[in-house]
Design a protein around this ligand. Structure first.
Ligand code: PLP
Length: 437
């Protein structure tokens, strides 16, 4: 097998329950990463497993050009009630990268349907991640991931990240949100607004920078700039969607209603490869008129819809979105306390249960560690030896250096487990600071 990780032995997973995973050797891991910030409802959820099995028993596959299904139709209308879109319509696919590709094509098809054939450009941000397929990678602002494939990339235009801890604006901290919106406006004007199809961004940045929440005023001002120029706003909520930030979607924190929204990860909580691009009613009606040339063998999965619907019910019926907000506040406060005085801790930040710790050589001047020291990787390895799983985020400081520990546990994590995450993180950091590999 060509494993996801080359050159390192991996433990063999055995089973999972709630916020815990076990390997075949009987070791227990507190999953503070939810895999890759995926398993929102927790491991081993019987209601999701039962829905998956029941649907697969009835019918597992029916092609999207030949059939729709009760499972798909019921999910589409139910999920529309929680999406921050007017009259939402979803296009289900197998994951985040496919969903981003779908969203970009929806934007293009929308403009074509309206006779705006010149609108093809995509504008995105530095310090972002939108996926590993080629258009999604081109939208992403992560130099290390792009580097091997640069000859195939280069169509997307990037504006600066809204990264308050390392804000490059001369006027910082005054009015950063509005200033970023002005920069976006200037970029649209320089490109020719009549050529720009969409602006794609994560409402709260996930793994590229580590739980970076934009400054106040940023999202409403950015949405207005997009609207003024007829540019579709695509919100990438692959990591932040379905309760992760303590609201159903991160856009909800600012009352922002995008034209297209992309979800995956938490939508099916890891139980099925599932995601979707959703568009608002006015976009949908243009696609109905002009057509939409697209599709995958595994899009519109009937089992995927049944699983995602069970996840949606679990989040809604058991108040898990509010739980994410409460546990997230505890985690952030607990990490701040536990790491207080540690010489490497530059910033503890986040929204809801998407929380990050940025590590620097000296907090006073925010100098990042050289990437060659692999600080994040060493802390993660020590944490795993202490039975704690944390997600890495590297390269965010300047495109190469930068070390961030990212936390995104299942929403069913208990208060005691949250406290345990904080204590074990401190211990792992102390191990590495003392020279352990
Ligand atoms: N967008 C964001 C914000 C992500 O965090 C990710 C994955 O980490 C993706 C898109 C790509 O999703 P996938 O890995 O399911 O293709």
């Amino acid at each position: 097998m060509l494993r996801r990780v080359l050159g390192r032995d991996l433990p063999v997973v055995s089973h999972g329950r709630g916020a815990l995973l076990y390997d075949r050797d009987g070791n227990e891991y507190l999953d503070a990463a939810g895999g890759a910030i995926v398993v929102n409802v927790g491991h081993g959820d019987e209601s999701v497993v039962a829905a998956m099995a029941a649907q697969a028993r009835r019918v597992a596959f029916a092609h999207g050009t030949q059939f729709t299904s009760d499972a798909l139709e019921a999910y589409a209308s139910d999920v529309a009630t929680v999406l921050p879109l007017d009259d939402a319509h979803i296009y289900p696919v197998s994951g985040g990268s496919e969903a981003i590709e779908t969203a970009l094509k929806i934007a293009r098809a929308f403009h074509l349907a309206r006779g705006d054939a010149a609108r093809h450009r995509v504008v995105a941000r530095a310090g972002s991640y939108h996926g590993n397929t080629l258009a999604a990678l081109d939208a992403s602002g992560r130099p290390a991931l792009r580097a091997p494939y640069e000859p195939w990339l280069g169509r997307t235009h990037h504006v600066p990240a809204a990264y308050e801890y390392r804000c490059p604006l001369p006027s910082h901290p005054a009015d950063c949100g509005r200033r970023h919106a002005e920069l976006l406006d200037e970029t649209f004007r320089a490109l020719g607004p009549e050529t720009v199809a969409c602006f794609v961004a994560e409402p709260v940045v996930g793994a590229a920078l580590g739980a970076v929440t934009p400054p106040p005023g940023y999202w409403p001002a950015v949405a207005e700039v997009c609207r003024d120029h007829g540019v579709l706003l695509v919100a990438d909520e692959v990591m932040t969607g379905f309760g992760r930030t303590g609201e159903w979607f991160a856009c909800d924190h600012w009352g922002v209603r995008p034209d297209v929204l992309v979800a995956a990860k938490g939508a099916a909580s890891g139980y099925w490869p599932f995601g979707f691009a959703a568009c608002s009613g006015h976009v949908f009606r243009a696609l109905e008129r002009g057509g939409f040339t697209h599709g995958f063998t595994y899009s519109h999965s009937v089992v995927g819809a049944a699983v995602a619907h069970a996840v949606l019910r679990r989040l809604r019926d058991d108040g898990l979105v509010a739980a994410a907000g409460a546990r997230g506040a505890r985690l952030r406060a607990g990490l701040s306390d536990a790491l207080d005085g540690h010489p490497w801790v530059g910033d503890v930040r986040g929204t809801g249960l998407l929380v990050a710790v940025e590590l620097v050589v000296r907090p006073a001047d925010k100098t990042p560690f050289p990437r060659s020291e692999r600080v994040t990787e060493r802390v993660l390895a020590r944490a795993a030896r202490r039975g704690l799983l944390v997600y890495p985020s590297t390269g965010g400081a300047d495109g190469r250096d930068g070390d961030v520990l990212l936390f995104g546990p299942p929403f069913v994590i208990t208060d005691e487990q949250v406290d345990d995450v904080c204590a074990r993180t401190r211990a792992a950091l102390d191990d590495v600071a003392a020279g352990a590999d």
